[in-house]
Design a protein around this ligand. Sequence first.
Ligand code: MRU
Length: 347
Amino acid sequence: MTQHYDTLRAVIWQDNQLYLIDQRKLPQEHQLISLDNAQDTAKAIHDMVVRGAPAIGITAAYGVVLAARAAYQQSPDNWMVTIAKDMEILANSRPTAVNLCWALQRMQALFSQITGNPESVLLAAAQKIQAEDIAANYFMGELGAGFLPEKSCVLTHCNTGSLATGGYGTALGVIRNGYAGGKITHVYADETRPWLQGARLTAWELVQDNIPVTLIVEGAAATLMRQGNISWVIVGADRITANGDVANKIGTYSLAVLARYHGVKFMVVAPSSTLDAQLSDGSQIVIESRSQAEVLMMNGQAIAATGAQAWNPVFDVTPAELIDVIVTEKGAVEKPTTEKMQKLFIA
Ligand code: MRU
C-alpha cells in the first residue's frame, strides 16, 4: 500500500555514471547532473546538490566506485594506495552526518578482498547500501507510524524524504506510512531557513504524493503547538550519539523544547548508519558552519542590511531527555538513555 507514496530517487547509478537530482534547483527545475569522478562528487555533496544524511552516504559510496575506476586505470597494481586521496576528499565533503564516513568505511573494508578490477564489486556494494537504506525506511515507516494516534496532525522539519535518503524517507517515511494508514490527516512543515529544505523539498514531495501539507515559518511552531492540534513532531537525524543525543538540522532543538513545553511528543527516525557509538554524547559532535552569505542573501539577492554579520551553524543537538522515541530499522527506543541505546548499537 505504501509503495504508492514512493515516487522518486535523488541518487541514481546509470550507464556507468552517477546522477544526482540537483536539489538546489527544486522545485522550480528538476535537473539531473552527471558525475564521473570522486572530486566532483565530493563537491556536489559540499555544495548541497545532494543533501540529507543517508543520501550523502549513498552518494559517497558511489563516489568510491568512481574513485576506484580512476585509481585502477592509473595504477592497476596499486589502486588501493592511489585511491586514498579521493577517499579523503570524499570524507571531508561535509562533517556532521556520520552516514558519510560510515559508507566510506563500509566500502573500504572490501578493498583487501578484491583481486583485479575493483569496479564491479564496489558498485554492487554501493547499490546494496542504497537498497538497504530504502528497506530500512519502509520498516521504520511502519514502526514509527505505530506510535501515532488516529487522525493526527504532525509537524516535521527540514527534508527527510526520498530526496534525503536512498528513497522513501526516514521521518517522511513515517509520515507517508501514517498517511497511507489513516493515522495522519495533515502535515505541517517548517520552511527550514536558510536552505528552505522544508519549503522547497518536503512540501514538493508531499504535494506530489497528494498528502496535505501546510508550510510554516519556524517562528510559528510555538503558536501551532499551543493551538493543540499537533500530536507529534517527527524529524530525521544526522548523527545519534551513544546516549541518544541527536544532531539534526538547525531548529530541531527549538522544536524539541517547544514540544516538551506544550505536551507534544517528539520522534526521531534514522537508520542505524546514523548511529555513532564512538561519541558518548552530543557535545562531541562537529557542527557544520556554512557561509554567512546563506543567511544574508536569498536567490543571489541581499536580504539583510549591508554591514550586518550572520551566524550560520547548520545543525544543532537535541538532548536525549527531550526525545520520546528514536526509531531505527533495528528497533525503537523510548525515552533514550545510554543503557537503552545499547540494544541498537549491538543489534
Ligand atoms: O543540510 P542538510 O539538508 O543535509 O540537512 C539534512 C537534515 O538535517 C536531515 O534532517 C537529516 O539529514 C536527516 S535526512 C533523512
